[in-house]
Design a binder for this molecule. Sequence first.
Ligand code: NAP
Length: 296
Amino acid sequence: MHDVRTTYTLMDGRKVAAEIKSEIAAQVLKRRDAGKKIPHLAIILVGDDGASQTYVDHKVKACKEVGFHYTLMRFADTISEERLLKHIDQVNTDPDVDGFIVQLPLPPHISVEVITEHIRPEKDVDGFTNRNFGSIVSKNPLLLPATPNGIMELLKRYQIHTQSKHCVVVGASRLVGAPLSMMLAEQGRATVTVCHKYTQNLAHHTRQADILVVAVGKPGLITGDMVKEGAIVIDVGTTRVEGPQYKNGYTLKGDVDFASVAPRCAYITPVPGGVGPMTIAALLLNTLRATELSHG
Ligand code: NAP
């Protein structure tokens, strides 16, 4: 029988992201005083998906907070892939735009891979392109994938060292799980286990984790009995669950059953307020970096 820990540290992504944003805002002021270019982020939003609109609103708000210029480009969900590619060409070659993102998901008739690969890697501030994915293993990465990099930054700011730790990443998507597992191994020097849909006996693996990261999109997938006492748990999952009991008609749920897992943890991220704000902070850091790389 394990002892049950009654205190855990909540990893406050909002607070850490606010610190990062004030550091970026100071950099922007310095750039302004030195007559250097102010970073400019463009956001492409296709369709009127409510969740995407909310994420874009947060990104626009963050740009305003740090003093970046921003452009929001909206297109109907009937736009063809060919037409969207033409708009991406324009942004790719617009010298005033330093970085841009195409908010996902896209309508089913548009290929995420085709669109993503069309973004110039130097402006790919989400870090989604194959070039930036590959740059995780390079000595001099260009723009690291935003959500994984936000998680690495959150760990750093809580002085959680990953070297020689056993990290278990549940979920192996191209956008989150796969790049994060590489970053934990490469930059974090951790021993990494990657679990996915075909992993047998998931609990056997998650129980080995010093640091457990879950990025699946299945609320409540990880329960207290699946977590080692004293583990660090990062919940990336963000699923909109609707119900009349929630203000606005929905709530956001992580992949981790917080009530049963938190008492076993040393550290845990909440949903919302954990990884989400760190993703936006990482996006801003990438935009600043893209500006520095192209304009000094
Ligand atoms: P995704 O593309 O759907 O990938 C989910 C991954 O989990 C896939 O590798 C999938 O395998 C795997 N999986 C499915 N069922 C599983 C199971 N039972 N056990 C283990 N692995 C399983 O989603 P994503 O883009 O990685 O996002 C994952 C979650 O994170 C979502 O809730 C998303 O909203 C959230 N997210 C949050 C942020 C943030 O900033 N907070 C950013 C990005 C994503 P298959 O591909 O084989 O199905």
